[in-house]
Design a protein around this ligand. Structure first.
Ligand code: FES
Length: 294
């Protein structure tokens, strides 16, 4: 017995938006469907969209599925999530968003959320006349012949869902779930993604350390000089609005400035201090600096 959330069970027993959308000849309306999976594999989903052409947005969404409890609940959830979205917004809906909407799915059923996201993409690509029904980056060498999954698709799913084991990959896109001859290839991809992640983390940490060291090394004179440089950058913008700014003092991390002219009486002077000056100072001089008007 799978451990389903109440939301999954509710949408399974009371599915929303089930069925097809009739093709219509209404003006400015397009009806399209995207299909994913195959009945031979046990899961198939056809997602229908009714699109308002002028606004490029989804007026209605319905589904037909040949699948299990999770497939029905995921499809139902997806149709609820995308109604009213523009197509570009809908393309940003990930399989994780679908699973989150349901309060989670059993690991072994995550492929149902992936199927929903891919059917959505297939429908939108079809409407836009894009031939491929999958992510362009999914094109690549066929890795799992049993389920027709390319190496690039495995890589994308591993990255997007932070997967770390072959079993998880099988749960998400079925690859590796039959003869097993692709398991070593999937393991290699997971290892390569992990290695890339570690390299990126190391790069980011090195950069942070460099920034911190640079900041720490500043003498008081250097710090004040840098602050002055940034005030000089901001000044023309303030002068154009009838104002000005001058450095009054630097007391530890507190940078005291005098706002002049229009800036001194301007209601948005706090925003000027924070957005125009403090953000720049924190970014380029020291992350702990606070700007105050005196
Ligand atoms: S090739 Fe992947 S399970 Fe058979």
């Amino acid at each position: 017995m799978w451990d389903y959330t109440d939301k999954v069970l509710d949408l399974f027993y009371n599915p929303k938006n089930q069925g097809a959308i009739e093709v219509t000849d209404e003006r400015d309306i397009a009806v399209v469907f995207g299909e994913i999976g195959s009945i031979a594999c046990g899961d198939a989903l056809r997602l229908h969209l009714k699109i308002d052409v002028p606004t490029d947005s989804i007026l209605d969404a319905r589904f037909q599925t040949f699948g299990c409890t999770s497939a029905i609940a995921s499809s139902s959830a997806l149709t609820e999530m995308i109604k009213g979205l523009t197509l570009d917004e809908a393309l940003k809906v990930s399989n994780k968003d679908i699973a989150d909407y349901l309060g989670g799915l059993p690991e072994a059923k995550m492929h149902c959320s992936v199927m929903g996201q891919e059917a959505l993409e297939a429908a939108i690509y079809k409407y836009r006349g894009i031939e491929i029904e999958h992510h362009e980056e999914d094109e690549g060498a066929l890795l799992c012949t049993c389920f027709g999954v390319s190496d690039n698709r495995v890589r994308r799913i591993v990255i997007e869902n932070n997967l770390t084991t072959v079993e998880e990959v099988t749960n998400y896109i079925k690859a590796g779930g039959s003869c097993g001859s692709c398991l070593a290839g999937i393991e290699d991809i997971i290892a390569a993604v992990e290695k890339d992640k570690e390299a990126t983390t190391a790069r980011v940490e090195a950069e942070l350390t460099r920034i911190q060291q640079t900041s720490r090394k500043l003498t008081t004179v250097q710090k004040i000089t840098k602050i002055q440089e940034i005030l000089d950058e901001v000044r023309p913008m303030l002068i154009a609005d009838g104002g000005n700014v001058e450095l009054f003092d630097v007391d530890g991390d507190i940078v005291k400035v005098i706002l002049k002219g229009a800036c001194s009486s301007c209601s948005s002077s706090t925003a000027t201090l924070k957005d125009a000056i403090e953000v720049r100072l924190r970014d380029r001089v020291l992350s702990s600096l606070v700007v105050e008007a005196v």
